[in-house]
Design a protein around this ligand. Structure first.
Ligand code: 13P
Length: 336
């Protein structure tokens, strides 16, 4: 087993998943504004440190994705944040893309940037303790979109990123996110997501990326958030499994879904059914941002010094996600 494969499996095995706490300062400011907490470096650290010291980190969280600001911060007890994460048994990771920018000649679409100087940045992050990374590409479904141009150029960037990350001895998370915004059907989401993931793997193979040392982070197959034809959780799981089976090469160790705007309960229930119906050999787990943190953020915002209540909320959510990653979640356990 290669070292990269070993790290990937450590992150996603045994009902563990990923806590995506890598919101850029811009995105984190929006999240904090929404709960009326000033977005200062100290507050961003306090919230994240509270989560990273929770009990559920040991059983439920295999990896944490950080943002550049956080990986360079120290906890209130003076411990570097990557050390705090490692001490719970989880693997520290880092977002290395520099954001989605307008794609020339298709201005309604985005291309993710960050390749310039990436090799040097990766060296620095490795020294800080990171052992895996994330790069997110985004695609819109609307009219003729995503265009071939967006599908190709983002796959190319994801592949160049992945090759550089593996050269630096870290596991790349490959995240092609087909957005749920719009009134499209689940069937269209299935077609477009399948096309996007296929193109990503063509590019990864061309760039000689070791597929046993990556984690794929896709969206689940859902109807658009403005669609009148919502599908059931069982249908979500069936379509998502169909998509993965038809597009992901067997060497890939596992899939860690993003939540993408689903509620905490929806994201948990859908993952649970994916695992209950899983007829593939892939591990299916979570790499949630909002669907792991929303409730905890709300609790924390009422009293930012109330560590216990914030951690209780987070522990319950992480536990539910971990049960879902094993196909053992139920509404009774959710409401306990
Ligand atoms: P959400 O689960 O909130 O979609 O965030 C996951 C993520 O890392 C997006 O890049």
């Amino acid at each position: 087993m290669s070292e990269l494969n070993r790290i990937a499996l450590k992150i996603i095995s045994n009902g563990k998943g990923i806590l995506a706490a890598d919101e850029s300062n811009g995105t984190m400011t929006k999240r904090l504004d929404a709960v009326n907490v000033p977005s200062t470096p100290e507050n961003r650290l306090l919230f994240r440190e509270t989560l990273f010291s929770s009990e559920s980190m040991q059983e439920c969280i295999g990896g944490v994705i950080l943002y550049d600001e956080t990986i360079n911060q120290k906890s209130s007890l003076g411990k570097p944040i990557p050390d705090l994460i490692s001490s719970s048994g989880a693997v520290p990771g880092i977002k290395v893309d520099t954001g989605a920018k307008d794609l020339a000649n298709s201005y309604d679409e985005k291309i993710t940037e960050g390749l310039d100087g990436l090799r040097e940045r990766l060296k620095k992050y490795y020294e800080l303790g990171a052992r895996f990374t994330k790069w997110r590409a985004v695609y819109n479904i609307s009219g003729k979109l995503p265009s071939k141009l967006a599908v190709h150029s983002n796959a190319h960037a994801l592949a160049r990123y992945s090759a550089l990350v593996q050269e630096s001895k870290m596991v790349p998370i490959v995240e092609p996110e087909v957005l749920m915004d719009g009134d499209h059907s689940a069937e269209l989401c299935l077609n477009k997501t399948s096309e996007v993931i296929k193109k990503c793997f063509e590019a990864l193979i061309l760039h000689k990326v070791d597929l046993s040392g990556i984690i794929l982070k896709p969206n689940m197959i859902l109807a658009g958030n403005k669609s009148k034809d919502k599908i059931s959780s069982d249908e979500v799981s069936q379509k998502t499994l169909e998509c993965i089976k038809n597009t992901v090469p067997s060497e890939v160790p596992g899939i860690a879904f993003l939540s993408g705007g689903q509620s905490e309960k929806e994201a948990t229930e859908n993952l649970d059914l994916i695992n209950k119906n899983n007829n593939t050999k892939f591990i299916m787990t979570y790499s949630y941002g909002r669907a792991l943190q929303q409730g905890a953020l709300k609790t924390w915002s009422k009293n930012t010094n109330d560590v216990e209540s914030t951690q209780n909320t987070f522990n319950h959510r992480a536990k539910m996600c971990s049960l879902a990653a094993k196909g053992k979640w139920s509404i009774e356990l959710e409401n306990k």
